[in-house]
Design a protein around this ligand. Sequence first.
Ligand SMILES: Cc1ncc(COP(=O)(O)O)c(C=O)c1O
Length: 387
Amino acid sequence: MQFETKAIRLQHERGHREHSVPLYLTSSFIFEDAEQARALFADEVEGNIYSRFSNPNVNEFVGKMCVLEGCEDGFGTASGMAAVFSSMMPFLKQGDHVLASSALFASSTRIMNDFLPKWGISVSYFDIQQPETWEGMIQENTKMIFAETPSNPGLVLIDLQFLCDLGKKHGILVNIDNCFATPYLQTPFSFGADIVTHSATKFIDGQGRVVGGIVLGSKEIIKEVRAFCRQTGPSLSPFNAWVLSKSLETLHVRMDRHCENALKLAQWLEQHPEIVQVNYPFLPSHPQYALAKKQMKLGGGVVTFEVKGGYERGKKFLNSLKMFSHSANLGDTRTIATHPASTTHSKIAEAVREAAGIFGGTVRVSVGLEHIDDIFADIEQALQVSK
Ligand SMILES: Cc1ncc(COP(=O)(O)O)c(C=O)c1O
């Protein structure tokens, strides 16, 4: 079966001839007898015990994600950040070192700056723009490489084959946050990644409704993740899993249109006299266009661009948008714009921010599924008003 068919047709076993899978809102499950309870707790048989451990809706979502990403097992989590944290902690101990990308979602950086050092785990950041320097940063105690590609919001790409080969060569786990691409556009396991995490809150839900996440990997990897999550409890709720599993049925259709609209927008902006620069992986002007074409099916649903006039114009442009949502989320049917310099990246020193490609006039747009002409029209009027 092809990706699209699997995303639609994989379904939890039917109990009542239902066409669409029902919601299993139950905190626990009944044991048929004491022997079954014993065998379940001893992991001698598979089955649900308690919804902090597993639940039919969560199992369905996880099962589909495993097939779409191409891996053996997974664990559904309450958020993308719960997934990132739970993908690290089972594998790290005092004295270990993590090598991380310099361009990561801010909360991932906060985990590594504010919490890992408290537990004696050190972190260094490789320069995303200089792959030739990465191998030299590997230490004897490096246990994990953590990265995301394309990066948020700079849309810088990491060569997954190169990074995974580096991990393999040194026996280090490679952990990739695949949230921006989704398995429809890019599958890190096919390059040799060991762990993949997602914020399912973004394109996987795709309609801005629920928060959720997932950690994926081999049976061996997920055994450790499951043991950690089962005791610490960052589990995905059955309701959110039900929504997310339904969302996967339309992921390919939505991603095709997100990417089509995003490419049209990027091309349109590139010709616009009020725009300094446009960043989109599938634009031939993107410095990593060839890599994007090699490892991604399409360019993704996010475009960043810089308006003329710097920081103040950037803020004014945001205030002038009428249809776009001004919100912190991305991957929604509705187009969302943010101004990183005054919000998500406001606490970062200007020079560091600019090295990551975020200038005063940079705007990040998560391109929605509205008609492209309406997207152009809102940007055009906001550019005129903010002049
Ligand atoms: C790349 C990336 N990873 C992880 C997260 C965190 O996900 P969540 O908000 O579901 O915890 C986000 C959220 O924006 C993200 O963009």
